[in-house]
Design a protein around this ligand. Structure first.
Ligand code: DSN
Length: 420
């Protein structure tokens, strides 16, 4: 448990909420695939004096004085990010993944220009052009989809046909709810054929790429990658833009982040990013990344044995998308609530071409990054999946027993000391 002595004295209401969240994280199992536990070192940086400092601009070119230490921190973060992902350039200032994507669009597009991205119901992300975002008032988003929902194969032929027709300025890969590895070479080929910039949003799988448990899109010629730094990468909440080799593109990204879109960078967050990149460069992180996938496979096996329908038939990465409506006759929202009562936190999620509503869809999405940080391995991951099947099958009748099992698993695999 953290020591929040000053907060307790000064602001008991916030203190109670912080302690409550610590307890929730310690006693339940976190299966939201975009969440993780950061190291104590990362948390210390987030609470450092750098939160006091304004540093508009970039190292060596700032608009305020007193940048001796901020420059050092940002340069370290940049160098480590470049090394981690094999990038020639890195912008570590985006405050989050959405900011990174929005700035990337403004760097590469004029109003009215077209982006070819993954259909949102097939796994894409809000910032890839969901109609509820303002982005769609400015740019034109056109979609590609999976050819076969049961295998996850993207319809690359149709994607090429559409690309030739609409002539996008950006061919965008990446997802927030897609469990398969993409055929990166095909994306790059299509982008080059229509003279578009190829961009991969690696937010969900950045840690898998950094740990070499997943392929690196730069190895296939992608021009740009955007990402969050939390999720599988296990850094602080934040974003980043990486450029493979083009200085011209990197300059555009820098201009779009500052002064184009953001003000002063959050230097405490950048220090925390630098620390997490150093952690991810350590050989132990590669072991962690591989274990994330091994744990997903252990869960996948249990759901397969129960004949449950996983979108794309399974998973190559850290997440599974389960059609609970078809498999267990329960909606995604009800499944989320029941499992929450059992101590398992995950999220309801639309499945491809879902006929149900977004707030009560057919699926749930869950994954293994956080529980892998806690040290759960294949056997325990399979046990978690079995508990889920039990709850989804027997509903209320299974919740109490499931809660006892989940709590026992959580307490026997405490969040490691160095992550508290
Ligand atoms: N909210 C994140 C996720 O859960 O995937 C994406 O922005």
């Amino acid at each position: 448990m953290h020591f929040y002595g000053h907060i307790q004295e000064e602001d008991p209401e916030i203190y109670d909420a912080l302690v409550g969240e610590d307890k929730r994280e310690a006693e339940g199992l976190e299966l939201i695939p975009s969440e993780n536990y950061v190291s104590r070192a990362v948390k210390e940086a987030m609470a450092s004096s750098l939160t006091n400092k304004y540093a508009e601009g970039y190292p060596g070119k700032r608009y305020y004085g007193g940048q001796e230490f901020t420059d050092k921190v940002e340069m370290l973060a940049i160098e480590r990010a470049k090394k981690l992902f094999g990038a020639a350039y890195a912008n570590v200032q985006p405050l989050g993944g959405a900011n990174a994507n929005i700035a990337m669009y403004f760097a590469l597009l004029q109003p009215g220009d077209t982006v070819l991205g993954m259909d949102l119901s097939h796994g894409g992300h809000l910032t890839h052009g969901h109609p509820v975002t303002y982005l769609t008032k400015i740019f034109n988003f056109v979609r590609y989809k999976m050819k076969d929902i049961e295998t996850g194969e993207i319809d690359y032929d149709d994607m090429r046909r559409v690309a030739k027709e609409v002539k996008p300025k950006i061919v965008l890969a990446g997802f927030s709810a897609y469990p398969r590895e993409l055929d990166y070479a095909k994306f790059v080929d299509i982008a080059r054929e229509v003279d578009a910039v190829s961009v991969m949003d690696i937010a969900h799988i950045a840690g898998l790429i950094a740990g070499k448990a997943a392929k690196n899109p730069f190895d296939f010629g992608f021009d740009v990658m955007t990402t969050t730094t939390h999720k599988t990468l296990r850094g602080p909440r934040g974003g980043m833009i990486l450029t493979r080799e083009s200085e011209e593109l990197a300059k555009k990204m820098d201009k779009a982040i500052f002064p184009g879109f953001q003000g002063g960078p959050h230097m405490h967050q950048i220090a925390a990013k630098a620390i997490s990149f150093r952690e991810a460069l350590h050989p132990s992180f590669a072991k962690y990344a591989k274990q994330i996938i091994a744990n997903t496979h252990a869960m996948e096996k249990v759901f397969k044995e129960h004949g449950a329908r996983m979108i794309t038939g399974g998973s190559d990465n850290h997440l599974i998308l389960l059609d609970v409506w078809k498999s267990f006759g329960i909606s995604g929202a009800d499944a989320e609530t029941l499992l929450d009562r059992a101590g398992i936190t995950l999220n309801k999620n639309a499945i491809a071409d879902d006929t149900r509503k977004p707030m009560d869809p057919s699926g749930i999405r869950f994954g293994t990054p956080a529980m892998t940080t806690r040290g759960l391995r294949e056997a325990e991951s399979a046990e978690v999946a079995k508990i889920m099947v039990e709850v989804l099958t027997k509903r209320d009748d299974a919740v109490a027993a499931a809660h006892t099992k989940v709590r026992a698993l959580a307490l026997s695999h405490p969040i490691p000391e160095s992550f508290i």
